[in-house]
Design a protein around this ligand. Structure first.
Ligand SMILES: [Zn+2]
Length: 123
């Protein structure tokens, strides 16, 4: 029987994965746009990109590699990771869509997708 008496993280470590202040993730926004899973319950990169959002990206601040479930759109127009999003994420998917409209960013079917750090320096 495995020994669980020495876990890597103790119960006293302050880990809160249910922080209600977390902004919406790219996945939340994709769901808000009605993304359809092409493979059962799993969303593929193509599914996410079909609604005009990136599946993979890089954090604007720390360059961490992030995917739709842990990438947060920020009001800079770039993605940020959970550690770097701070107060500049979007509280709701509706707020994100409003920002996109106001900034002419990433309307669905437009070629100008929401930017990621992968785009920095391109062109
Ligand atoms: Zn970061």
């Amino acid at each position: 029987m495995p020994d669980y008496s020495n876990p890597i993280m103790s119960a006293s470590d302050d880990v809160d994965d249910t922080d209600p202040a977390l902004p919406v993730s790219v996945l939340d926004c994709a769901i808000g746009r009605g993304v359809k899973a092409s493979d059962g319950d799993l969303f593929t990169g193509a599914d996410i990109e079909a609604v005009g959002l990136p599946f993979f990206g890089g954090c604007q601040c720390c360059a961490a590699s992030i995917a739709c479930y842990n990438a947060y759109p920020s009001q800079t127009g770039y993605l940020r990771c959970r550690d770097c999003i701070g107060e500049i994420g979007f509280p709701t998917t509706a707020a994100f869509e409003e920002w996109c409209k106001a900034n002419d960013a990433n309307p669905v079917d437009d070629e100008d997708d929401y930017r990621t750090t992968n785009d920095v320096g391109s062109n």
